[in-house]
Design a protein around this ligand. Sequence first.
Ligand code: MG
Length: 231
Amino acid sequence: MVDFEGKFFYFCRLNLPSIWLKPIAMKIICIGRNYVDHAKELNNPVPSRPVVFMKPPSALLISNRPLYYPEFTKDLHYELEVVLKIGKNGRHVQRAFAGDYFKEVALGIDFTARDLQSELKKKGHPWEIAKGFDHSAAISEFIPIERVNRTAIEFQLKKNGEVVQKGNTKDMIFSFEDIIVYVSQYFKLQMGDLIYTGTPAGVGPVQIGDKLEGELFTKTTTESLITCEIK
Ligand code: MG
C-alpha cells in the first residue's frame, strides 16, 4: 500500500500541474511553553521567542480513535491545544498578512512521554521521540475560524468527565499571528500544515482506561470536538 501510494504521488508530481496536488505530507509544527502558567508548572523559564518543535505526519491520530499506551513510557501526559490549519503557502510572512494564513481551527492533544522528555531535556538532547511518536498528535475535525472569537478562544479538557485543563488563547505568550510570522522565517508554510499552538496549565498523566474529551466554546455553543480513550 505504501509502495503504491509512493508511486502514485510520484506520478502526480511528474505529470500534473502543482495546483492539482494535494499536500503529500504536511508538517505538524508545535509550540511549547506558550502559556505562562504551563511554563511555570513544569519549572521552565517563560520564553522570549517561541519554542518550536515538529511531529511527523505519522503522529496524527484522527477520528476520535483510541491511543494505545506506548511501552516506552511510564508517564504519558495529555496537553490540549488549539490547532491551526494553514490555508495557503507562504515564507517570511509579514505580520499584517499573518491572519490570512489560517481559516480553520481544531482541538488537538499533544501526547507527551514526560519521563522520556525530562531525561532528554536534562541531557540537552532533542526531544522528538518523547513528542513525535506514532499517534502522539490527536486531532479533531476543523471548524471555520468565523465560528469562534479568534483572539480569545476558550477550550477545556475533561478526563473521565472532570475538567482538568481550561484555556483561553488570549493568554498565549505568542499569538497565532506571532507564531505564523516566526515559524515562516524558518519553514515554508504549506497548505495543510498544522500548528499546535501550545497548552495551558493543568497537564497531567493518563492511565489505560481514561477517557479524554476536549471542548471548545464557539460564539454560540460548547462543542465537544475531540474524544480519545487510552487503551
Ligand atoms: Mg504541547
